[in-house]
Design a protein around this ligand. Structure first.
Ligand code: GSH
Length: 207
């Protein structure tokens, strides 16, 4: 249900790993419980526990998994090839995902949590301004390309596609970007993407 968790789940499926998913109920505040904060003082999901080695921050977890189970196609070993993918992972973490998060928090999370007031139009406007700037850059970059980096599916695509799972529910202003839409359409056909699409009762989604 969480887009930040989804990029990790899709990565693990693409790497052919079997991970045990432990749900953390954000609505019940389980991510703020003392036991959870001891494992992840940042108090967010996802959190990876690999035989006692604990790692939080979804992009760092993707990199870790792809390093632990090397896959030159998804996460190239060559220094410059890898830097190209890393560039987009950082862009995802710092620009793209937070802009979507600003909007989806207002339009989805607040409704689910309740009592947090209605959507704040100022915050939505800010998120939309950031998102259209980022989406335009991505759309320009994708002209004539199928994938974001290295001419093939890499971690960059998985990272950046994840928050777009909220396109409809958060009314993300991304419809007008044709290259972005065709690329996202390709990501959505991946078995790993579909397998990660867990639909809980009521179809809730948490940004
Ligand atoms: N930068 C973090 C963001 C994680 C994040 O914001 N997760 C959300 C769910 S998608 C969360 O745990 N929200 C609960 C909260 O902030 O209280 C990452 O990429 O892992």
């Amino acid at each position: 249900m969480s887009s930040n968790s989804r990029r990790v789940v899709v990565t693990s499926l693409l790497l052919g790993l079997k991970i045990d998913l432990v749900p953390v109920d954000l609505l019940k505040g389980e991510h703020r419980a003392a036991d959870y904060l001891r494992m992840n003082p940042n108090g967010k999901v996802p959190l990876l526990d690999d035989d006692g080695f604990r790692l939080w921050e979804s992009h760092a977890i993707m990199q870790y998994l792809a390093d632990r189970y090397p896959n030159d196609a998804l996460y190239p070993l060559g220094v410059q090839e890898r830097a190209d993918v890393n560039r987009w992972l950082f862009w995802s973490a710092y620009h793209f995902t937070p802009s979507v998060g600003r909007i989806s928090r207002e339009r989805i999370s607040k409704k689910m949590v309740g009592g947090a007031g209605g959507p704040d139009p100022v915050e939505i406007e800010r998120g939309e301004a950031e998102l259209v700037k980022a989406a335009q850059l991505l759309d320009d970059h994708l002209a004539g390309k199928e994938w974001i980096a290295q001419g093939r599916l890499t971690l960059a695509d998985v990272a950046i596609a994840a928050p777009l799972m909220h396109t409809v529910a958060a009314q993300l202003p991304v419809k007008r970007y044709a290259n972005l839409q065709s690329w996202f359409g390709r990501v959505k056909t991946l078995n790993a993407w579909r397998a990660a699409e867990i639909q809980p009762p009521g179809g809730r989604s948490v940004p």
